[in-house]
Design a protein around this ligand. Structure first.
Ligand code: G6Q
Length: 550
């Protein structure tokens, strides 16, 4: 296969890059009144403005040519139809089938997966209804008022993010905790507010072997059994979400309290599966369904919209433009919504675990940069912390600003004041990052503030901003389940598209597996009596130092 960098599409982008790399966005806006109109897209209540990027319409044409060159459209079909595109694990990638709103069959190894999905959804519906109605009773006959989801990575981040984001839709009588860290502080703090008679533990683990999750699950079980002095209590207070029936039974959870999913659901794409049980309970099954419906609408858009008008494709290609041509290898996620404060870490996993790869689908070293470093925090907190570097640092950081137009909350004397302040901050940031402040503008500002010439000259370099700092703005009417579903699916497809352009498998995670493997090598040495000398001298000495202190 020809390397992507040798293709005529890549070369066309390289020469286009040379011609526009120094152009200021503010000039492009001055010269083209239609810039916003031409460089934004809408899908229902979602508006994505990508006009504040260092691109022209020509850039978009050339980038979509690149997407055609790598055959994005047929890869997209392969994914949705159940082909085993996760080639290193020989698995299909079908989180999209989990939220499909049609009865059209999807086959894996000749078997339609839809009936099993439907059956499991029914089980989730019945169970979440039973918890919410109070008909599910704990061992002492009391209803459940607290959910503790024990899981890590893909079995934690998605449900935790969604439950926090959609708290206004939750059953306000339910408390929910997400315990992921093997640090005993995490589980201990959660348990300190739990009543064993009214707490339900969801052990969420695809493999049911993950060290952190299983350690927490066994400790939670020990805590519960200690209170009741009767192992029978497990049946009423523990359920499992997993693909590993044998391990679930070994733990002592009844098969009928197990919610299955399948190897074709990747951990970081699993919130749509039984891993979303905590979501379905906390927000109610109808809201879980609405989340799925929203994602399905984005799936349909991704599958059917032409590449130039396709929101996930455009965001992916603009990302490629920065990573591979400008060499800006980082991306900030900046939600202006407190509920979405976990979105940066959720997307950090989704993107970095999917596209943090230097080996391509054919086992060869990639010839271009791949996944960027993803990070961020909710606005306006970030403004008072790291935005300095975004404005004036030596690195350029393409940033996604994300915000609902209406808030679920209102406070204070003046209606919607908080939210209007939030909105104005977002717009002020994206505008000033793009525009910057020229030396002349800074000078006249300093003059107006009454400084003398000497003081002005001293401050001028510090008070001017070169601007031209790129951002996308993603707005929606309000943060509801459907819209959140759309937003998550948008990023999933963005990640997929970039993976196709880079010719990597976005659906394996050998680095995570490696971490799981090496953790098991060190533990026995920490627990053992003898001095360790089987690793490098740094690791040996650190282990021995720790052992001396224990
Ligand atoms: C996600 C990764 C990883 C995984 C966790 C938990 O795509 O595979 O983050 O979700 O390691 O794994 P288990 O669900 O098997 O416990």
């Amino acid at each position: 296969m020809t390397k992507i960098i040798d293709s005529k599409e890549w070369k066309a982008l390289e020469s286009h890059f040379k011609s526009i790399k120094n152009i200021q966005m503010r000039e492009m806006f001055n010269q083209d009144e239609e810039r916003f109109n031409n460089l934004h897209l809408k899908l229902d209540d979602l508006l994505v403005d990508f006009s504040k990027n260092r691109i022209t319409q020509e850039t978009i044409h050339l980038l979509t040519d690149l997407a055609k060159k790598v055959d994005l459209e047929s890869w997209r079909k392969k994914q949705f139809s159940g082909e085993k595109i996760n080639n290193t694990e020989d698995r299909a990638v079908l989180h999209t089938a989990l939220r499909s709103q049609t009865n059209d069959p999807v086959y894996v190894d000749g078997i339609d997966v839809k009936p099993e999905i439907k059956k499991t959804l029914k089980q989730i519906e019945e169970f979440s209804n039973a918890i919410n109605s109070g008909s599910w009773k704990g061992f002492s006959g009391k209803s459940i008022d607290t959910i503790v989801n024990i899981g890590i990575g893909g079995s934690d981040l998605g449900p935790a993010m969604v439950c926090k984001a959609l708290k206004p839709y939750a059953n306000q009588k339910l408390n929910i905790h997400f315990v992921s860290n093997v640090d005993s502080a995490d589980l201990s703090i959660a348990l300190s507010t739990c009543n064993p008679e009214t707490t339900l533990f969801i052990v969420a683990s695809k493999t049911f072997t993950t060290q952190e999750t299983m350690t927490n699950a066994f400790s939670a079980r020990h805590w519960l059994v200690n209170k009741y002095n009767n192992e029978e209590c497990i049946k009423k207070h523990f359920v499992a979400v997993s693909t590993n029936l044998e391990k679930v039974e070994e733990f002592g959870i009844d098969q009928e309290n197990m919610f299955v999913f399948w190897d074709w659901v990747g951990g970081r794409y699993s919130l749509w599966s039984s891993i979303g049980l905590s979501i379905a309970i906390y927000l109610g099954f109808d809201n879980f369904k609405a989340l799925q419906e929203g994602a399905y609408e984005m799936d349909e858009h991704f599958l059917n919209a032409p590449l130039e008008k396709n929101i996930p494709v455009i965001l992916a290609l603009v990302g490629i433009w920065y990573i591979n041509f400008f060499k800006f290898n980082t991306q900030a996620i900046l939600p202006y919504d407190q509920g979405l404060s976990l979105l940066p870490s959720y997307l950090q996993q989704a993107d970095m675990e999917s596209n943090g790869k230097f080996i391509d689908r054919d086992g060869k070293r990639v010839c271009v940069e791949t996944g960027p470093v993803i990070w961020g925090a909710s606005g306006t907190n970030g403004q008072h912390a790291f935005y300095q570097l975004i404005h004036q640092g030596t690195q350029f950081i393409p940033s996604d600003f994300i915000m609902p137009i209406k808030s679920h909350y209102d406070l204070g004397e003046k209606k919607n004041l908080h939210h209007k302040i939030l909105i104005s901050n977002l717009l002020a940031q994206t505008q000033s990052l793009m525009m910057g402040k020229s030396i002349d503008e800074a000078r006249s500002e300093l003059l107006n503030s009454g400084l003398n010439d000497q003081e002005i000259e001293k401050l001028l370099p510090h008070k001017s901003f070169e601007g031209n700092r790129p951002s996308n703005t993603i707005l929606f009417d309000e943060l509801n389940p459907k819209t959140l579903g759309k937003l998550i699916a948008l990023y999933e497809h963005k990640i997929f598209t970039q993976g196709i352009v880079w010719h990597i498998n976005s659906f394996d995670q050998w680095g995570v597996e490696y971490g799981k493997q090496i953790a098991r090598l060190v533990l026995p040495k920490i627990q053992g009596e003898k001095t360790t000398n089987c690793f490098d001298s740094s690791t040996n000495n650190l282990i021995n130092h720790i052992k001396n202190k224990c």
